[in-house]
Design a protein around this ligand. Structure first.
Ligand SMILES: [Zn+2]
Length: 73
């Protein structure tokens, strides 16, 4: 599988983004399209790649939050 550099126009700031799927990141993915989150400056994008690792869709994440694990009492 070719996992070279990809590029896209950022839908938020319109700049060109170069990005790469991390090696092995999708080896356990059973269903495509698979979602990948790209951080670009202060915004986050969700891109979907198909089983040929081609860009299938792009979404703008409305917010980014870190979830915290519920502590057992
Ligand atoms: Zn951007």
């Amino acid at each position: 599988m070719a996992q070279g550099m990809k590029w896209m126009q950022c839908p938020v700031c319109k700049q060109t983004i170069h990005w790469k799927i991390p090696d092995g990141a999708l080896k356990d993915v059973k269903r495509f399209p698979a979602a990948i989150i790209i951080k670009h400056d202060d915004h986050y994008l969700i891109v979907y790649v198909d089983s040929h690792l081609q860009l299938a869709d792009t979404e703008i994440a409305g917010a980014f939050v870190e979830g915290s694990t519920q502590k057992k009492a």
